[in-house]
Design a protein around this ligand. Structure first.
Ligand code: MN
Length: 135
């Protein structure tokens, strides 16, 4: 089975490295963007199986980026997990209400993070259950 591709959108170098290292260690391939704008373009061109989206980004923020992803037929099927430093429970609710498929708080807890990545990937493409049994 080919390694699944995960797009990481993260503007902090240390967080990027941690997430990349954890995913690569667990056998996932990664592509990276440090802005939402670059992430949107990479999502269209690389068609990742999953996107990890930082919320606080220079320029477009992660919630706005999610809206763009969902309104584009080329990317609307891709599940997106929010990864944010925000600890407030009302922030968490706002993020989940925005339509993210999952939520991880920074600094990430590696075991929990990997479990969520697996779980969302196993659920397959959004509104396309046919893919859920593949791989
Ligand atoms: Mn950030």
């Amino acid at each position: 089975m080919a390694a699944q591709l995960v797009l990481i959108v993260e503007d902090n170098e240390k967080n990027m490295k941690l997430v990349r290292d954890v995913l690569n260690f667990h056998g996932y391939q990664t592509v990276e963007a440090t802005t939402a704008e670059a992430g949107l373009e990479l999502a269209r061109t690389s068609q990742p199986a999953l996107i990890l989206m930082d919320i606080q980004l220079p320029g477009l923020d992660g919630v706005s980026a999610l809206r763009h992803l969902r309104s584009d037929n080329a990317t609307s099927h891709i599940p997106v997990i929010a990864v944010t430093a925000s600890a407030m429970s009302n922030e968490r609710r706002k993020i989940l209400e925005a339509g993210f498929d999952g939520y991880q708080q920074k600094p990430i807890k590696v075991k929990e993070f990997v479990a969520e990545v697996r779980s969302v990937l196993n659920a397959g493409s959004r509104s396309d259950s046919r893919n859920a049994q593949e791989g």
